[in-house]
Design a protein around this ligand. Sequence first.
Ligand code: GLC
Ligand code: CA
Length: 562
Amino acid sequence: MRLTYTSDLWWKNAVVYCLDVETYKDGNGDGIGDFRGLTQQIDYLAGLGVTCLWLMPFYPTPNKDDGYDITDFYAIDPRLGTLGDFVEFMRTAHDRGLRVIADLVVNHTSDQHPWFKEARRSKDSPRRDWYVWSDKKEPDDPGQVVFPDKENSIWQYDRGSGQYYLHSFYRHQPDLNVANPEVRDEIARILGFWMELGLSGFRVDAVPFLIENVEPKLADPHDFLADLRAFMTRRQGDSVLLGEVNVPYKELMGYFGDGLGDQVTMCFDFIGMQRAWLSLARGEAEPLASALKERPRPPKDCQWATFLRNHDELTLDKLTDEERQEIFQAFGPEEDMQIFGRGLRRRLPPMLGGDLRRIKMAYSLLFSLPGTPVLFYGEEIGMGENLAAEGRMAVRTPMQWSSEGGFSMHEPVRKMPDGPFGPERVNVADQKRQQDSLLRWIQLLIERYRECPELAWGTHTVIDSGSPQVLAHRCDADGASVVVLHNLGRTTEEVELKLDGLANYQLTDLLVDGTTEVSDKGAVRLPLGPHGCRWLRASPPEVAPEDASVKSDSSFTHPRRS
Ligand code: GLC
Ligand code: CA
């Protein structure tokens, strides 16, 4: 595959790393992470091999929803630093070849935002229409309430002005009204501002809520997304929108802009993520295999973003009640581990019982899935959750840099977990020195993922492995192929694969040493240990494995479909 494609469309095989400045590294010793601290860790991130940082909200905020409640879209939360610190951070990140995207939270503002304060002053306020109002309380539909821990309605009475305002999330997060052209212009201005300061794009919060809950309804709400994307592309051709769109596959394609691909550049694969968890719980390939088969191909130049955990609850909302219960039973049987009736507030390693072999297999799976992998900070060292923290904050504890914590010179404001997942046993410094650590494994996976652009760019096919516990798939692009196997079960398995078009090829192991020949009939037998995983590069006998992927051709235009 021609590698210049991967720099033009950098996001298609990026490795995204999500972090919160507040919990990453404290640079000034006040117990709260900040941009100066983060900047000092840039070489760690570059060394890990990630290519794009996603910063969770860093804007001024009353912090009632961990920064997803913003009072100024054009500034930095003073606890995290200044605009000057931000620019220094951006410059250092760019110098190390890292791109940066940030959360764009414009479905709503904080109720403390000056816009909302002005809007609620009176029904005639010039900003009134920036939010969504109703004279009467709309009937409550429990299905619409996102945070049932605190809310039972999405309408809140505003005593001063005598109307109800819409809040898709918490009541302190009034929804902005993107039906108002001034609001749409302001959103574009926000994007423009941060792009001018070096951002390569945005992770767009709550996309379906953003375009649907407006008044009057937009003729075509998707036009707004297409306009926003066009605006960005005019300013910076390779900027991206990474959308939080947790809807069924069929509906989701509209957010990419269907065949046009002119709206959200990348969408998180929430369905694939939930099925992957079901596969992990059952020790069976089928749930994930069927998701991979159902998952539509993204439009040209668009991509799926794959993940196992993020900063929110591990949502299981797209599974059946029985399937959800299976996962609860396997990975979060105690009530305190569950949240909102639909998810788990845990991180992956404790859920997998700290079994390093199984944890390594889960991440190998993530990196081999067709798409762009997204890591949540701390996943690379196997951090656990702190259930003593409230709600979703359980997984948003400070980064564990050393056995003493290493996050701050002072007592961290947020608490790290105690016990087997505390910093004494799980930290960066120790794992850097251990060749078989999770950190080294993730580094290897990132290296191999980047060396195998077929995984992200190619067509993928699930192969029948003959074993219910083994997921086998292959990715092909421009005549190059990678074959990948994962044993979700606890027992050793030997599988026989039929590899069309690869008769007499050599398969070279990319994670450990070893080679296997494909027979002249295109068949191969491969053993896999308990929770074993293998990535195999196929090469014709006359080509060295390291040359089997990188074939350059003379054309500067991308292949339509490989
Ligand atoms: C998204 C975010 C979540 C936040 C919510 C409201 O779902 O991922 O963390 O609370 O939007 O902004
Ligand atoms: Ca600080």
